[in-house]
Write a protein that binds this ligand. Structure first.
Ligand SMILES: Nc1ncnc2c1ncn2[C@@H]1O[C@H](COP(=O)(O)OP(=O)(O)OP(=O)(O)O)[C@@H](O)[C@H]1O
Length: 264
């Protein structure tokens, strides 16, 4: 059975009905140009925007039947941006991820503390745990948001552009951590603009274009020159890096006449 099933999920007038299913143990890239509907789809899956049609199931259970607290046990969600004026420390903010797991009277258990501590450590935030959220950088706040999702211990994580504000070390570090979580059985869905990292770190990609599902499948099948030209309007060369042995992409925007503009 799929861990996450989308059945004709729509968000009219932005998203056309979309059907797709996802297994645990995978990192799924949600890719598409600006305005394609990636954030809208994630918000609809998690229930922040009520779907105008269709149904979302996690582990065969329709999310419609669950309260927000019950839903949070199945899915955690990182928004594209986190408000700067949240009056809590980093640790308190990450602890909020435990809301669905630990009622107030059980919030002092060892497991609860360990879940928060581990999430902070995985995101490199241990030293900032007691710092107010208003006093940390945008990238650190983004890592705190991911840590909050990890502390939630839900089997599905939906992360809207989790690496967009991060320096290159943390981009690579966090994508590597997400791969480890997938290896442990989690389903990780990330909206991502960095196509080369999507190719390298994702098992499969779901491509949106103009609010419609363009294609969904393993990265090796979906990342083609034609897809990149039609969806992203770029001319692409795909190759394997001779030093690091990673898949690489060299991209140039396509001009109106269909030829690549190399900028030189
Ligand atoms: N609150 C809103 N009200 C009306 N239209 C909206 C709203 N939010 C988004 N849209 C529109 O819905 C479409 C999809 O937006 P969405 O944010 O889902 O795209 P996206 O693929 O996440 O884009 P980006 O890569 O720029 O983050 C866009 O045309 C956008 O203008």
């Amino acid at each position: 059975m799929s861990l996450l099933m989308l059945r004709d999920v729509s968000q009219q007038p932005i998203l056309e009905p979309l059907t797709a299913s996802f297994q645990g143990g995978r990192v799924v890239g949600l890719i598409g140009p600006n305005g394609a509907g990636k954030s809208t789809l994630l918000k609809t899956i998690v229930g922040l925007l009520p779907a105008t049609g269709g149904d979302v199931e996690v582990d065969g259970i329709s999310l419609k039947k669950l309260s927000p607290r019950q839903r949070a046990r199945f899915i955690s969600y990182l928004p594209q941006s986190i408000a700067e004026d949240i009056p809590y420390t980093v640790a308190e903010f990450v602890q909020m991820g435990r809301y669905s797991r630990a009622p107030i009277w059980a919030s002092h258990t060892t497991h609860h503390h360990l879940a928060v501590k581990d999430a902070l450590a995985l995101m490199g935030l241990t030293a900032l745990a007691e710092v107010p959220l208003q006093h940390i950088s945008g990238g650190e706040r983004q890592r705190a948001g991911i840590a909050r999702c990890l502390a939630q211990e839900s089997p599905v994580l939906l992360l809207d552009e989790p690496i967009s504000n991060l320096d290159v070390f943390y981009q690579l570090d966090i994508l590597t951590e997400l791969r480890k979580l997938a290896a442990a059985g989690y389903l990780i869905v990330i909206a991502i603009h960095h196509l080369e990292f999507a190719l390298r770190f994702c098992d499969e990609v779901l491509v949106l274009k103009d609010g419609r599902l363009y294609t969904h499948g393993p990265v090796e099948r979906v990342f083609t020159r034609d897809m990149l030209a039609e969806v992203f309007r770029v001319s692409a060369q795909l190759f394997v890096d001779p030093t690091h042995h990673h898949p690489r992409l060299s991209l140039a925007p396509l001009g109106a006449n269909g030829s690549a503009n190399t900028g030189k």
